[in-house]
Design a protein around this ligand. Structure first.
Ligand code: UGA
Length: 437
């Protein structure tokens, strides 16, 4: 199958590379020609485990090409995927669809009848209808529009794409259904369930999935607060409820609140859709509030551990919104570090890969070369992102280099006993009473 992929962000590049890996002929298009030049020279715009190897192998075999010219990229395509960004519109939280519609208008000038246009970007309900309207307005006929939301996670993108829990195809049009089934055929052979739905249903399914996961996280974060008040352990509570198949064990890790490019943006966009439809979504609205409050409250946890923050030196481990990515979008580290700096603390931070991105976000903090260098002379060490390399730190060495012997573990990587054995005062999340006995 000949596929064009418009947009080489996370979703576009991973999907394009994986489709090529399935054996399809894929052309990835991006109007950012510097990005395309980089990709043609083998340089990836994002850091994602395993992606570089797949891009390289398929580019070498000629199955994956890159171009900044949309007409050239879609020339022979049987399916054109739109995977451009749909960021939150500044001010009102609506999904900004201008990149999607710009791409469709450009596409309308060159697309051939019989082509299937597929939205892979996360787009609000009704976007497919609007795309259809634009195509008609531009005089294009015989083009089917489908929705195929993507559920991959950053940091685990290749595995998620190749072994999805399900594939959702929203298309009333039979040809569109057949083309998408053909594209995903290698996954059916692996028995990945495919769900064919109406287009609007598929569009909403994506938002409902992200909102539900966000609810799970905010739920367990509130239970963690309760655990601290009543001296219970949230890890055990999570395990105790997660073993119930109806609840499931995933997305029940208490922490500093969810971040990233999806949950914060998509929960807001869902609320906007609901507002427009005149249907209140109280659970999602509260989830957003709980998460915003939680991120803002993390600085208090550090202040409780070290006292007045003014003049204190705080070591921060992990800056990206989660491990295995350099993505800083809506990372919990941002409000925390900004608040630390505002309250007069010095910050020395370390992240295994996000330094370059983090330098664009923070001013007035130091970047250390590793976890131990960050800890040297600090009054407290705060773990914000649970990178694997922070899971087996030599706590004796950390304790030896810290000035104040305080470990604030916002990801529950360590437990109190092992931290105390190393001579550290431990503050976790929901692991019994917050204050040490
Ligand atoms: C999320 C969804 O998990 C994907 O299915 C979806 O495709 C993607 O959004 C998207 O819409 O594009 P992602 O944002 O890459 O993926 O990252 P997650 O692994 O879901 O983590 C999101 C945030 O939740 C992170 O800040 C993470 O630390 C936090 N989280 C996650 C928790 O605090 N606790 C948990 O138990 C799980």
């Amino acid at each position: 199958m000949r596929i064009a992929m418009i947009g080489t962000g996370y979703v576009g590049l991973v999907s394009g590379a994986c489709f090529a890996d399935f054996g399809h002929q894929v052309c990835c298009i991006d109007k950012d020609s510097a990005k395309i030049d980089g990709l043609n020279a083998g340089r990836l715009p994002i850091w994602e485990p395993g992606l570089e190897a797949i891009v390289k192998a398929n580019a070498e075999r000629g199955r994956l090409t890159f171009t900044a010219s949309l007409p050239e990229g879609v020339k022979d395509a049987e399916a054109v995927f739109i995977a451009v960004g749909t960021p939150a519109r500044r001010g009102d939280g609506h999904a900004d669809l201008s990149f999607v519609f710009d791409a469709v208008r450009e596409l309308a000038k060159v697309i051939r009848p019989g082509t299937v246009v597929v939205t892979k970007s996360t787009v609000p309900v009704g976007t497919g209808d609007e795309i259809e309207r634009i195509l008609q307005e531009e005089g294009v006929g015989g083009v089917a529009v489908a929705s195929n939301p993507e559920f991959l996670r950053e940091g685990a993108a290749i595995a998620d794409f190749k072994h999805p829990d399900r594939i959702v195809v929203g298309a009333e049009n039979e040809r569109a259904q057949e083309v998408l089934k053909e594209i995903y055929r290698p996954l059916f052979l692996n028995r990945a369930p495919i769900l064919i739905t109406g287009r609007r249903t598929a569009e909403l399914t994506k938002y409902a999935a992200n909102a539900f996961l966000a609810v799970k996280i905010s739920f367990i974060n509130e239970i963690a607060d309760l655990c601290e008040a009543v001296d219970a352990d949230v890890q055990d509570v999570a395990r105790g409820i997660g073993l119930d198949n109806r609840i499931g064990p995933k997305f029940l890790h208490a922490g500093p609140g969810y971040g990233g490019s999806c949950f914060p943006k998509d929960t807001l966009a869902l609320l906007k859709t609901a507002d427009k439809a005149g249907v209140d979504q109280r659970i999602v609205r509260t989830t957003v509030q709980v998460n915003d409050d939680r991120k803002a409250a993390m600085v208090e946890r550090v202040a409780r551990a070290v006292g007045d923050l003014k003049g204190k030196r705080i070591a921060v481990l992990g800056l990206a919104f989660k491990p295995n990515t350099d993505d800083m979008r809506d990372a919990p580290s941002i409000p925390l570090i900004n608040a630390l700096v505002e309250r007069g603390a010095e910050v020395s931070a370390f992240d295994p890969v996000a330094r370059e991105q983090a330098e664009k976000v923070f001013t007035g903090i130091e970047f250390a070369s590793d976890a131990y260098a960050a800890a040297a002379g600090a009054d407290a060490l705060v773990i914000v992102t649970e990178w694997d390399e922070f899971r087996a730190l030599d706590l004796d060495k950390i304790a030896g280099s810290l000035k104040g012997k305080v470990l604030v573990d916002l990801r529950n990587v360590y437990d109190r006993v092992e931290a105390e054995q190393a001579g550290l005062v431990f503050y976790g999340v929901g692991r019994g009473k917050l204050e040490p006995a």
